[in-house]
Design a binder for this molecule. Structure first.
Ligand code: NAP
Length: 242
């Protein structure tokens, strides 16, 4: 039976690298994305080039109806076996006292409520077992002082979500793990107002450089696969020593 995996935020960054790697490893892939149709189309073309089936569905993960539509569309590929809960955002970097409530709510809505809604759909549909990987962040344990403490706090919630779901879903053969990247070279840093963050932060990373999306995708693929058959409830940090 071929794996059928949904990757939210699969149009760009870590999600795009993951979708491409999983397709190359034999998964049929449904990518969800927000509004970048052009980027989603490019990832979809690469999925199809591997000979696997793929679809790209615009679905705002904050909205339960759109999440349901994404999972319904993915059902055309076959029974769901995997979810990569990845669609995430930051907000402008700055002191805690300057945090605007609408930025706070957006970060909670996408990074926590979106993850819960997607995990719930996956848990309902994975009737023959499966695997979920939640994308957390090294920020969950670093706290991100002076940058975005609210984002770090929500990523800590992702780790707790992972531990609880792993325990609740284990009897049904569903494994749940998290990956906690450090600073990875993607567009996310432009949204936080520091587009060159991958390079400017290199000096404080023990390995001396930012990570690349495919270095995260490799571990996500491992956690979804048979070599991780006894791994559940783990938070795997991939942060160059941060
Ligand atoms: P990115 O390059 O900015 O890509 C974000 C992806 O999420 C895009 O595909 C975007 O879709 C999608 N997205 C954003 N809001 C959405 C929404 N409301 N509904 C559905 N999709 C939405 O981000 P990234 O750096 O790859 O980050 C991926 C995950 O890794 C996030 O959870 C992030 O917190 C985490 N992470 C990243 C880093 C890092 O340094 N990059 C470090 C630690 C953790 P569109 O293309 O349509 O906009």
């Amino acid at each position: 039976m071929t794996n059928v995996t949904i990757v939210t935020g699969g149009s760009r960054g870590i999600g795009a690298a993951t979708a491409r790697r999983l397709a190359a490893a034999g998964h049929h892939i449904a990518i969800g994305y927000h509004h970048d149709h052009h980027a989603a189309k490019a990832v979809l073309a690469d999925i199809h080039a591997t000979g696997r089936r793929g679809i790209a569905v615009p679905a705002d993960t904050r909205d339960p109806d759109q999440v349901q539509q994404l999972f319904d569309a993915a059902a055309d590929l076959g029974p769901l076996t995997g979810l990569v809960n990845n669609a995430g955002i930051t907000s402008p970097i700055g002191p805690f006292t300057d945090l605007r409530v609408d930025d706070l709510r957006r970060v909670v809505d996408v990074n926590l409520i979106g993850y819960v809604l997607c995990a719930q759909q996956a848990a309902r549909r994975m009737t023959r077992g499966g695997a979920i990987v939640n994308i957390s962040s090294a920020a969950a344990t670093l706290g991100s002082p002076g940058e975005y403490i609210h984002y770090a706090a929500v990523k800590a919630a992702t780790d707790t979500l992972t531990i609880g779901l792993a325990k609740e879903l284990a009897p049904r053969g569903i494994r749940v793990n998290a990956v906690a990247p450090g600073i990875i070279r993607t567009d996310i840093h432009a949204v936080s107002g520091v587009p060159d963050r991958a390079d400017s932060a290199a000096g404080r990373i023990p390995l001396g450089r930012a990570g690349e999306p495919d270095e995260i995708a490799a571990t996500i693929a491992f956690l979804l696969g048979p070599d991780a058959s006894y791994t559940t409830g783990a938070v795997v940090r991939i942060a160059g020593g941060l």
